[in-house]
Design a protein around this ligand. Structure first.
Ligand code: PLP
Length: 384
């Protein structure tokens, strides 16, 4: 009979030995995740409770209320999906898109392409309009496309993490109402860090993530839909083709019935409650202002160093800055140098911008003057 011996190290099946985990200390100034707030880490490290424990049921309602506040919405169906931002993105599509629905995506970066790919998997008639990576759409361009394709949905990324562009939102919701289409908005890199008014902007469905502006680890994908979107869900002829993300099932757990759906990641919900609470404690407007001021300082400092920024200042995203890599510098080697020798992570370019830009994130807890000074000093002292 096999016996096991208690030992300070563990023998794996491969024969390797494992010491207890130690994680290197990193300052995460890339496209996300950002560092978690210490108070969020404290919330995460509590013992779990049962997912139907009255304490947890109360906490779920608090998380929903806090999410509504941070998103500036009164949507009844507002909840964090168990999964990352992509799970919440998929939830917006899975719940309301039916085969053959025309799904228009205004693509100006990597995550617009992901929306188009996902919608095609749900058998939508996907149509796209494209913009150079680093630009935003005008209202006129969006209206022309809506008139041309007569879509049931217009999907847009508010804060394009791959390019550092913030899409101006004025008038888009009205346009969608006028042409009877539902507006889906990706707020993954905007929630909790830049102005976001879901109801005023007439956004019908939106989603986000836990690991950027909320300063929580990755693992939850906030999701919300309004009554117009609910009506589309209720009128479906078939079942939502994704069991895990089906809001009508999930709402039996998150709504008043409290019926088990899946075992909730309770500790992640402890964490996001604390993260959202911290934002409201600071004040939503104060949080947005902090992000803007720190971004301005970063932008000015980078330009003072002779670097150029990829996105024009009027549509530049405070949470994510794309910096053009000078022709004499190996961008990847420089990022690796910062990580290996200074413990600082910045991102490289994605897709069309691969090898052309660095991506510097100042999100949530990480948006502070100390971090701005640190990254500027590193660019000053370490760039060849
Ligand atoms: N949308 C945008 C704008 C993103 O930046 C990301 C991830 O960075 C996603 C969607 C996907 O989120 P996740 O990686 O959490 O699944």
């Amino acid at each position: 009979m096999a016996t096991t011996t208690a030992n300070s190290s563990m023998l794996g099946t491969s024969g390797a030995t494992f010491a207890p985990l130690t994680v290197p200390k990193r300052l995460l100034l890339g496209p996300g995740p950002s560092n978690s707030h210490p108070s969020v880490l404290n919330a995460l490290s509590q013992q779990p409770v049962g997912h139907l424990d009255p304490f947890y049921i109360q906490l779920m309602a608090e998380v929903q209320g806090l999410l509504r506040d941070v998103w500036q919405t009164s949507n009844r169906l507002t909840l964090p999906m168990s999964g990352t931002g992509s799970a919440a993105m998929e939830a917006t599509i899975a719940n309301v898109v039916e085969p053959g629905d025309t799904f228009l995506v205004a693509i100006k970066g990597y995550f617009g392409n992901r929306l188009a790919d996902m919608a095609s998997r749900y058998k939508a008639n996907v149509q796209t309009i494209d913009k150079k990576w680093g630009e935003a759409f005008s209202l006129q361009e969006l209206e022309e496309a809506i008139i041309k394709y007569k879509p049931a949905f217009l999907a847009l990324v508010h804060a394009e993490t791959s390019t550092g562009v913030c899409q101006p939102m004025e008038g888009i919701g009205d346009l969608c109402r006028k042409h009877n289409c539902l507006l889906i908005l990706d707020t993954v890199t905007s929630l909790g860090s830049i102005p976001l008014y879901l109801d005023d902007w007439k956004v019908d469905l939106a989603y986000s993530c836990s690991q950027k502006g909320l300063s929580c680890p990755p693992g939850l994908g906030p999701f919300t839909m309004n009554e117009r979107a609910e009506e589309k869900l209720n009128k479906r002829t078939g079942k939502v083709p994704n069991w895990y993300l089906d809001v009508s099932l999930l709402n039996k757990y998150w709504g008043s019935d409290r019926v088990y759906h899946h075992t909730a990641p309770v500790n992640m919900n402890f964490g996001i409650r604390e993260a959202l609470r911290l934002i409201l404690e600071e004040g939503l407007e104060a949080t947005w202002t902090r992000h803007k001021l720190n971004a301005l300082e970063l932008w000015n400092g980078l330009e003072d160093l002779g670097l150029s920024l990829h996105v024009p200042s009027d549509i530049r995203l405070p949470t994510l800055t794309t910096v053009s890599i000078p022709s004499n510098v190996d961008g990847k080697a420089f990022s690796l140098h910062l990580l290996n020798n200074h413990g600082v992570e910045i991102g490289g370019g994605l897709g069309e911008l691969a090898g052309k830009v660095w991506r510097i994130g100042l999100m949530g807890y990480n948006s502070n003057k100390t971090n701005v000074d640190k990254i500027l000093n590193l660019f000053d002292s370490e760039l060849p």
